[in-house]
Structures are given as C-alpha cells and as structure tokens.
Design a protein. Sequence first.
Length: 135
Amino acid sequence: KYWVRKNRHNAENLILAKQIAKHLIMHRIWNGLSQKKIAVEDLQVTHQQYQKIEAVSNDVFYVQVARIFKNRGWNKEVLEADPYAVLEEWLKRDYDGKYGSVAYFRRYTQPDKYHKIINAWKLLDLKAEKNYYKK
C-alpha cells in the first residue's frame, strides 16, 4: 500500500510517492542526516540515487523505506500520517515549553530545521509531477 510499483505512474501513486518523500525528507533533516549518509549506510546506493527518491524521480520500494526506518530506529507507522501533522507533533514534543508559550514559539523561534523541511517540501510540491512523469 505504501510503495509505488514500477511503471504504475498515476495520480494516486504520485500522492503516495510525495507523502513518502516528505516523510523521508522530514526524518533526514530533523535528525541532522545528509542524503549521502542515508544512501551509503542504509541503501548502499549513491547519494544521487537517493536524491532521486526524495525528488520522486525514481520509484521507491517498500523494502528501501523499511530498511532506512529500521536502521535508524524510526517508526514506520508514521508513514500513514500526514507529514505536516507529524512535523507539528515533533515541534510540540521537542520544543513546547522551552521557549515560553507555544504561540510565541510558533511566531518567533521555530528551529532552522523546521524551515529547511518546509522549504524542501515546497520544492518537492513544485517539481514532483514533472519528475514523477518525467515530462
């Protein structure tokens, strides 16, 4: 259900591919990892191949995602959730109360990694369809 099969490029699979890519991006940036580190240590591929997974240019297989999540000790069940909701939950978990009120925190002190994730997701949303269908 959560992987995209080769030569099955349709709108429904594009949505799933983007959701998986957003989770991979979020987990990688939040945990301070590089694309190269995940590519080499978890998938034994080049960082360019992993970049294509995050950009939805290459199909991702469940076994690849499962290997990354297992090696990193990440919870695979989170893949079913909306990435934006997970990011909000992580903000609350890691930063709530450390900077005063949540409203103040949201307005003034969001961590740099939060903005990196949001910006990476915006870029993915702009380019995903073209990359996925290789137009």
